[in-house]
Design a protein around this ligand. Structure first.
Ligand code: ZN
Ligand code: MN
Length: 502
């Protein structure tokens, strides 16, 4: 798309609005339990049911979690912040207003760096604010009746609004993945999209390149995307739809009211829902029942100190500190904090951290996926795995036999040293003993030498490979593979009287 003969007809511009449920014990303005999956309407009280005459009290834990997220997103933190009522009627909102933040959000003007081809890209964060969630409507079969569950009403939500800095559907998805990783590292939210603890809306339009002019098309808000994949696909669909629409109508930004469309997962299209409300439709006004919140310098300092290393920093440290390839660092960090911690405990005791990475990304990760375990459920202690890999590094056991030890540790526990001893898996690296095995194999297979003489080039290497396989089988996979290679090559050439290249 960068050549002059094939100029992209437009740039796509995407901004995201993400709602994240905070991992608090209780709700934002009452003491009711904040937990997903409890029987409907069991975690409710007069405050979150919106009874008259009750008074909300802010949950300080929610505010602190929100601060952690905002600081990690490089936001400016307001020293003074207040609450506002956002008025609208909906059956899952018993008070007929949502307590939110309007003109004085507690944080603003931050950014998140996301990995992109050949580097990183900074996506601006306009604001992060705290608000209460609404309840949930359960629509019955056949559309005959609906029921309301107010367990979620009043639970704390973080709203994160980005600048329109993403320029492809893939970038929007990468942003969400990076945000989720960050919030999980911070233990601010579990970001489980299936349970609705991370929800995402998108604003998207095009900058069409037309006759030397750049024309912005009307912004469309897309809702109802229930997975990162859905976000990516909805953006790709909307991009093409808007371009066709522009070619048809020529409508520019500001000429038509903002439209809201919903993503239809089954049909893979967006469907028009309504023309968007303006902020003035909500009749915001300051919440009179809650005191404004002030944040002290000490409090902020405490939050900064509690944050620790973030995923992006950790990736860089794995690359520079452990000499890991970028790919390994990315995948290990992506698996979450506990997995990366485990990796570090293994890597620290080894000659080469890359060996730890290989085992983690192959054997350990495969086992976790197969058995549906988290790293915390993995039965082999990091110290034991380290011990095993160290024995491979020291050539006490070869990789093939080490996998057997690994399998044994997985099922029955035990110590690598003890298992190697008991199962007789120690590496055979006695040169004289191995020389005898190779000689015996060659004696038993005289055709091999004839073959070697008849063939040329690569085919000769294949003959040697065949002999190596026989030797490894003879030693039950325990021989030092590089020593076997050396001996087999030497002895074939000796007996055949010709070299590999002659
Ligand atoms: Zn309550
Ligand atoms: Mn909101």
């Amino acid at each position: 798309m960068s050549t002059t003969t094939d100029v992209a007809p437009y740039t796509v511009v995407i901004g995201l609005e993400v709602h994240v449920q905070l991992l608090t014990q209780s709700k934002l303005f009452c003491a009711c339990r904040n937990r997903f999956g409890d029987p409907p309407n069991t975690n409710v009280c007069p405050v979150c049911l919106g009874m008259p005459g009750v008074l909300p009290v802010m949950n300080r834990q929610a505010f602190e979690l929100a601060l952690r997220a905002a600081v990690a997103l490089n936001c400016k933190i307001a020293r003074f912040t207040k609450w506002d009522r956002k008025n609208y009627y909906y059956p899952d909102l018993p008070k007929n207003y949502q307590i939110s933040q309007y003109d004085l959000p507690f944080s603003s003007d931050g950014y998140l760096e996301i990995p992109v081809e050949g580097g990183t890209k900074r996506v601006g964060i306009i604001r992060v604010h705290l608000e209460e969630d609404a309840g949930k409507l359960l629509h019955g079969e056949g559309g005959k009746r609906s029921q309301v569950d107010l367990n979620r009403a009043g639970t704390p939500l973080l709203e994160i609004v980005t600048r329109p800095d993403m320029n492809s559907p893939a970038e929007a998805r990468t942003f969400l993945e990076e945000l989720r990783l960050l919030l999980r590292y911070l233990e601010v939210s579990d970001c489980n999209m299936q349970e609705g603890s991370l929800r995402c809306d998108a604003n998207i339009n095009l900058h069409v390149h037309h006759n030397g002019e750049i024309i912005a098309t009307p912004i469309v808000e897309v809702k109802n995307m229930n997975s990162f994949r859905a976000v990516e696909r909805a953006m790709a669909y909307e991009m093409e739809r808007q371009y066709e629409e522009w070619k048809r109508t020529g409508a520019r930004l500001g000429e038509v009211p903002k439209e809201t469309r919903g993503w239809d997962e089954n049909r893979n299209i967006t469907v028009s829902q309504r023309r968007k409300e303006e902020a003035s439709d909500y009749r915001y006004f300051p919440e009179p029942d809650l005191v404004p919140v002030t944040v002290t310098e000490e409090e902020l300092e405490r939050v900064r100190e509690s944050i620790g290393e973030l995923p992006a920093q950790r990736r860089l440290r794995f690359i520079s500190g452990y000499a890991l390839p970028e790919y390994d660092a990315r995948v290990i960090v992506e698996q979450g904090k506990k997995f990366a911690d485990y990796f570090e405990r293994v890597a620290r005791g080894l000659e080469h951290a890359k060996n730890a990475s290989n085992w983690m990304l192959q054997d350990v990760l495969r086992t976790l996926n197969e058995r549906g375990w988290t790293i915390e459920e993995f039965p082999i202690a990091a110290e034991k795995l380290c011990d095993l890999i160290r024995r491979v590094e020291r050539r006490e056991v070869n990789t093939h036999a080490a996998r057997e030890v690994f399998a044994e540790m997985l099922e029955g526990g035990g110590d690598p040293g003890e298992i190697i001893e008991r199962k007789g898996l120690a590496m055979v690296s006695d040169e004289d003993a191995l020389r005898q095995v190779v000689a015996a194999v060659l004696d038993k297979n005289p055709k091999v030498i004839e073959d070697f003489k008849k063939k040329k080039g690569k085919k000769r290497a294949q003959v040697a490979g065949f002999v190596r396989g026989l030797v490894m089988r003879e030693t039950r996979g325990k021989a030092d593979a590089s020593l076997v290679e050396k001996l087999v090559n030497e002895m074939i050439v000796e007996r055949a009287g010709v070299g590999f290249d002659s």
